[in-house]
Write a new protein. Structure first.
Lengths: 253, 418
């Protein structure tokens, strides 16, 4: 199981790296002048990575953290994502944003060991993929057009944004579990996975490095809850909300 | 290859400018004696620069001769040894009344601050129609005379460029013209190279104030000179009021790797009806002599930078891999990052039930282990209410039956943590 999760993460990072490379290739192909772009960019592509805090406050997490040696904060972890923004007006973008945050923790029962005094271990995994459509308002002009063929990006541009969409999640536990009616330890795996509505608010700043590339600092908060189903019964909606802080690279296309 | 050629051309220009400056200084004494010395580069006879196939036989010449006034020259249109017409250009910067039948108005010619260009401007009302002429007389980097003129009537402006090259002094020139031009070759050549040397942003700013944007744009595109154009310079230009189409022209010629200034092959454009070509086009025209600096620059062959009545340029354009092509690049879109890690539910497994914890599937096999409470030797019984979590969690595992671990033989069972 660990191998599979690690493989998925590697694929995800490889996909992110491929996106960065592709964006850089497109950006290079378009060329720039000396400190300016050839015309106002019509789109931006941001690849970012950072830390995602998971509130993990619903009863599913409460039971998990009470039975197993895992804390709510353990569901926070690294995140990465991408955003494609389309230039609507000089200070407004519409964007499609996708992020991934996933953690996988080795756990064991807090209060039980097996008859050989060995830990009864599991792997608990939480993956969240919010997909949102956003509007981003730039609090200062993103640059200055000189004629129609030259666009000089502003050095620093703060922005705020909001959006809505859905969050896909997977909560999965794999390992050995105790049948509380018999005390027998059995290997098993449980999973719940579905989509839930999401809204988010965000803010950040773009710092121009080259006419084509900017560093983007980003803080956002996602509100999202989703049904718990599959192998889990009787739980309230899972809390997928949380703040995230990322640093990324924005390519002006 | 292109870079090498550019360097070669640049080096050649630099050397030529140096030679020209030496020539200029050597000729200064004589030139200062001549009236019209500021016109040194223009003195001589010119013929339209065009492919031979497009040149009418016995094409007229435009001969520029000095006068006793340093700012004034005579311009004669000569064909077959005969003067067809003469005009005078007074570049003193003073308004001159227009001397033409049925036309009233004024015209003015003035030197640029560096005395390397002449700006022309005229406002004339002819038969009730008012037209404005804006023009630039300049030298190309290769010593050709560039005559850029724009005529506006109503909302539209039509800009055309004529390029002339030195025709020498033909044998059958009228004697007065010939005598006025003989013996000037060295100083004239030097002056042409100097006048055609690179221009800076100061010259562009000045030109933008003296001529219409379309004329300045055409001049820059025709010169094809690359500028040291960075973001700061662009801002300075814009803040100085340089129009967008002028800065666009500068950006285009400065970045030939991205933009190409399109010169449509004359052979495909010659005498082509204007309405035949869609999109960008460079209409070719045959302007009748004589030369008129405030009318259409006379050239047996010329091409225009036409702008229609709506102001959309279809004259000088940018190639498909330039301006238009830039926006034609595919967006790097439609590829959102969707992470789909592998899945792999185990069939026939149990469930995790709120408040009860793990519920194995019917018939599921254990691991041979049993559980026991941590820090306890062994559970006395399973099936009594037993907390599986911390006291604060409120969750508990309740059982409906009791089963002794020992009854499961070699099964792995749980016990409270010792």
């Amino acid at each position: 199981m660990r191998k599979r999760i690690a493989g998925g993460a590697r694929r995800s990072w490889a996909l992110g790296a491929a996106l960065v490379a592709a964006a850089a290739t497109v950006a290079r192909a378009q060329g720039t002048g000396n400190g300016y772009l050839f015309g106002q960019p019509s789109a931006t592509l941001t690849i970012r990575g950072g830390w995602s805090h998971a509130n993990a406050s619903s009863d599913l997490f409460e039971q998990t953290t009470s039975e197993f040696n895992v804390n709510r904060s353990d569901f926070s972890g690294p995140t990465f994502g991408g955003q494609l923004g389309i230039w609507i007006s000089p200070q407004l973008d519409a964007s499609l944003d996708v992020a991934y945050a996933g953690v996988s923790r080795r756990t064991h029962y807090r209060n039980f060991v097996d008859n050989n005094n060995q830990e009864i271990e599991q792997t608990t995994t939480l993956q969240r993929v919010p997909v949102t459509a956003n509007v981003r308002l730039y609090l200062a002009p993103r640059g200055r057009s000189i004629g129609t063929l030259a666009f000089i990006p502003a050095r620093i541009v703060p922005w705020v944004g909001a959006g809505a969409g859905a969050t896909w999640y997977r909560f999965k536990q794999t390992g050995d579990f105790i049948d509380m009616t018999s005390g027998v330890v059995s290997p098993d795996s449980f999973e719940t996975s579905t989509w839930g509505p999401a809204v988010q608010g965000m803010g950040g700043v773009d710092l121009t490095i080259t006419p084509r590339i900017a560093l983007t600092g980003d803080a956002r908060y996602l509100w999202s809850h989703a049904e718990v189903s599959g192998d889990f019964e009787g739980y309230n909606k899972i809390d997928l909300s949380g703040a995230s802080f990322t640093l990324g690279v924005t390519f002006r296309l | 290859m292109r870079v090498t050629m550019n360097r070669l051309v640049q080096a050649t220009r630099t050397a030529a400018i140096a030679v020209a400056l030496v020539s200029l200084s050597a000729a200064t004494g004589a030139a200062q004696q001549d009236a019209g010395s500021r016109w040194q580069g223009w003195l001589g006879c010119w013929t339209g620069a065009a492919p031979d196939a497009l040149m009418p036989s016995a094409a007229p010449l435009v001969c520029i001769t000095p006068t006793s006034n340093a700012d004034v020259v005579h311009v004669a249109t000569v064909q077959d040894g005969k003067v067809l017409a003469t005009k005078t250009i007074d570049a003193s910067g003073k308004d001159q009344p227009i001397d033409a039948k049925d036309c009233t108005g004024t015209q003015r010619a003035e030197w640029s601050a560096d005395a390397r260009r002449v700006y022309l401007r005229a406002v004339a009302t002819c038969a009730g129609t008012t037209r404005t002429t804006s023009g630039i007389l300049a030298m190309s980097p290769t010593g050709e005379w560039l005559d850029v003129q724009g005529i506006a009537a109503g909302e539209g402006e039509n800009v055309r460029v004529a390029r002339y090259h030195d025709a020498g002094l033909p044998e059958n020139l009228p004697s007065d013209i010939k005598s006025a031009l003989e013996g000037r070759s060295a100083s004239v050549q030097g002056a042409r190279v100097a006048a055609g040397a690179n221009v800076g942003t100061t010259a562009v700013i000045e030109a933008s104030k003296k001529a219409t944007p379309a004329v300045v744009e055409a001049w820059l595109l025709e010169r094809g000179q690359r500028f040291a154009l960075d973001a700061k310079t662009l801002v300075q230009l814009a803040d100085a009021g340089v129009p967008a189409r002028v800065t666009d022209a500068m950006v285009a010629v400065t970045n030939p790797q991205t933009f190409a200034v399109a010169h449509v092959a004359p052979s495909t454009q010659y005498n082509r009806p204007e309405d035949e070509v869609t999109g960008r086009r460079i209409p070719v025209f045959l302007a009748p002599p004589p030369y008129d600096p405030f009318g259409w620059g006379y050239a047996p062959y010329g091409y225009g930078y036409g702008y229609n009545g709506y102001g959309y340029p279809y004259g000088y354009g940018y190639s498909g891999y330039g301006y238009g092509g830039y926006y034609g690049y595919p967006y790097f879109g439609s590829t959102p990052v969707i992470v789909v890690p592998g899945t792999g539910n185990i069939p026939g497994h149990g469930r995790m039930v709120k408040g009860q914890g793990y519920q194995p599937a019917v018939g599921s096999a254990g691991t041979g282990r049993t559980a026991q409470p941590r820090n306890a030797p062994s559970p006395s019984t399973w099936g009594s209410s037993r907390s599986a979590g911390s006291s604060s969690s409120g969750t508990s595992s309740s059982t409906g039956s009791s089963t002794s671990p020992s009854s499961t033989g070699g099964e792995r069972t749980a016990k409270p943590r010792p």
